[in-house]
Design a protein around this ligand. Structure first.
Ligand code: LMR
Length: 332
């Protein structure tokens, strides 16, 4: 009798534990470095909302914005180690991982607008680049837009001569380093979370970013001029830890893939307006003067910067560059 009771109690405990285990949600930690109020921040929050709704709570997405969980230089390793399951690093941050071809997106002036960019991200070149991540234990799920970068400093930057000798913060991309050197300035790689303070204290003189990042990081408080150079693109790849993703129950993975598809459309649909609105907000703040380049100034910038393409053929891949040129119609 006693043995039977003990066995029954043990069975009940086991089934309770089983039920509790079955109810444990699958947690996706999604870490990123920008503010909530940006194309990426809003895209991440939208993904959380629809992923949780559509999996009826079986999946819980915890979004950590603004480098609160991991910073640049930490987040890729954290993803590979499984400390975080999802990230959306800028395409300029894949070089240190050993996938240098992503720096094709950093080549100055290679895209004139979002339509040209989308031909690449949704075409064979973009998809082949995502595939390259698998050997690093990472799956690339989608490309998310931010926008086109402008140059800022405490002096008006109109032509290459204006850049001589100034220190410019860049993301961890060799192509971007060469871009800054081509202008006669000094590149300094720095985590995004440190840029505001570095600008404030004069550790660097200027930087490049789309208006959405410039405004939401309050760089307008510490930069007197923003030149509308539109010289390059900044966007993201949404990536997941491969082991985690492959280990999901197939029906959950399929639902999440659907949610990612819709979150991608959402993020890409809002990106341009977010940047337009941010630029308006910078203007309204009255803290930063907006510089519009004349056609001659634009031509001088382009002339200096397009040289960076050839210089980086061996790094980025001659074929990758040629394929992108073909998609966008870019003529060097
Ligand atoms: C930067 O470091 O400037 C950007 O990559 C930040 C971001 O994620 O948009």
């Amino acid at each position: 009798m006693k043995v039977r009771l003990v066995l029954a109690a043990a069975a009940a405990m086991l089934s309770l534990a089983g039920a509790a285990f079955a109810q444990q949600p699958i947690v996706i930690k999604f870490s990123h470095v920008v503010a909530v109020d940006t194309p990426k921040g809003k895209g991440a929050d939208y993904f959380k909302k629809i992923a949780e709704e559509r999996t009826k709570g079986r999946v819980k997405v915890e979004v950590y914005p603004n480098s609160t969980l991991f910073k640049d230089g930490e987040e890729m390793e954290a993803l590979q180690l499984g400390s975080v399951q999802m990230l959306a690093p800028s395409l300029a941050k894949f070089g240190p991982l050993g996938v240098r071809e992503f720096e094709v997106f950093d080549l100055p002036y290679i895209f004139d607008n979002y339509d040209e960019l989308h031909k690449v991200t949704s075409g064979p070149v973009g998809q082949a680049l995502l595939k390259k991540l698998e050997s690093k234990g990472i799956i690339g799920l989608a490309y998310w837009d931010n926008g086109f970068k402008d140059m800022s400093a405490n002096k008006p930057l109109k032509v290459p001569a204006d850049y001589k000798g100034i220190k410019m913060r860049i993301q961890s991309s060799k192509v971007l380093g060469d871009e800054i050197k081509a202008l006669g300035a000094i590149p300094q790689v720095m985590a995004f979370s440190e840029v505001y303070q570095a600008l404030q204290t004069g550790v660097v003189d200027g930087t490049e970013n789309p208006p959405s990042n410039f405004y939401t990081q309050k760089m307008h408080e510490v930069q007197k001029y923003l030149a509308l150079t539109n010289h390059g693109y900044l966007g993201y790849a949404v990536i997941v830890n491969k082991k985690f993703w492959d280990g999901l129950p197939p029906e959950v993975r399929a639902t999440l893939e659907g949610a990612m598809k819709d979150a991608t459309k959402y993020a890409n649909d809002i990106a341009k307006k977010e940047n337009d609105d941010a630029l308006e907000a910078v203007k309204k703040s009255g803290r930063t003067q907006i510089i519009t380049l004349t056609p001659e100034e634009k031509a001088a910038m382009k002339k200096a910067l397009v040289a960076v393409h050839k210089e980086n053929e061996s790094r980025v891949g001659k074929e990758t560059i040629a394929e992108v040129y073909k998609e966008t119609g870019f003529k060097p």
